[in-house]
Design a binder for this molecule. Structure first.
Ligand code: SF4
Length: 316
């Protein structure tokens, strides 16, 4: 793993920041003390570590930001424009060529390649390898981060629906999301498992349809809104609430910072509509005792959308 800490330290020095906040996702927290000590030593600054959630660049610790001159946010691509936040790149370096050789026969001539922030640096060599092997490579820009080829759990705008799809990275969530978004199979090359697999979101789509059917007769819904700035879709929640009321249903907006299922238990809604991070709906739905719907799925229940027109929930 490569952390671009030196670059960040130079920037802290250049700004003469005396108070520095650091915010790291769970996977990096074991390094937090080491990173804090390095900054304190090099910059002669006070460092405060955020203990709050750090799910993505959408999840900035604004309380800490108020206390410091600069906030170093690790491992996510920039969303938003605050000058006080420095996004520190963290990349994982892997040798992809054997995985790509395995993926080649599964791909047609036009291939759209996507990845996550940790592997963006590899995209240049992945593209070269594929082109040398006769593929036409498509790299589209993410609407949220502006990076070529990057997908987030809430933004699949870098995916070209008409091309064959190759995802480079770890875990199932992103390739499943891409498959749901594009409604086709995704070839996933996972460097951690050292494995190439074919990912199809169809099973999830069928599960979602079953869930929606179950909610068609429900009358009481909670509409969840997060206060995290880049997850906050309060206007959408207001529109959904109004539409629900017009149809004679009970619907109220419930606002959270982080949506915790335990905190929902004592409300007596029959189902919830999640307007915060879409990953919560798709990833955690089985953990939740009551159905959790996307805004589009709720529109089906309200009779405003047809089943087959539901699209993958994304942040715009
Ligand atoms: S909203 Fe969710 S998927 Fe999007 S950046 Fe934030 S944590 Fe990631």
């Amino acid at each position: 793993m490569r952390i671009e800490l030196e670059k960040a330290i130079q920037e802290v020095k250049r700004r003469g920041a005396k108070r520095v906040g650091i915010q790291l996702p769970d996977g990096l927290r074991r390094r937090a003390f080491e990173i804090a000590e390095e900054i304190e030593k090099e910059c002669n600054s006070e460092v405060i570590i955020s203990g709050n959630t750090c799910f993505g660049a959408c999840d900035i610790d604004f309380h800490l930001l108020e206390e410091v001159d600069v906030l170093l946010h690790f491992a996510h691509s920039r969303i938003g424009t605050s000058e006080k936040i420095i996004f520190v790149e963290v990349s994982h370096e892997f040798e992809f060529s054997s995985l790509l050789s395995e993926a080649l026969p599964l791909l047609g001539r036009r291939v759209c390649v996507t990845t996550t922030a940790q592997h963006l640096k590899a995209l240049g060599s992945v593209k070269r390898f594929l082109e040398e092997n006769g593929k036409q490579v498509i790299l589209k820009r993410s609407r949220r981060t502006g990076n070529l080829g990057e997908v987030l759990g809430c933004d699949f705008s870098a995916v070209e629906r008409d091309a064959d799809l190759l995802f480079i990275g770890t875990g199932d969530f992103h390739p499943l999301g891409i498959s749901l978004f594009a409604e086709r199979e995704v070839i996933a090359a996972d460097p951690l498992k050292n494995e190439v697999s074919v990912v199809n979101g169809e099973k999830i789509r069928r599960k979602r349809y079953l869930l929606i059917s179950k909610c068609l007769s429900f009358e009481k819904f909670g509409i969840l809104v997060s206060t995290k700035v880049h997850q906050r879709r309060l206007n959408l929640a207001r529109v959904l609430k109004k539409k629900a009321k017009e149809r004679g249903l009970k619907a109220e907006i419930i606002m959270f910072d982080t949506i915790l299922f335990d905190a929902l238990q004592n409300f007596d809604a029959e189902a919830y509509v999640n307007t915060a991070c879409p990953r919560i709906t798709y990833d955690d739905t089985e953990l939740h005792p009551k159905p959790l719907l996307t805004p589009d799925e709720f529109l089906v229940i309200l009779g405003e959308k047809e089943f087959h027109k539901i699209s993958m929930d994304q942040m715009h």
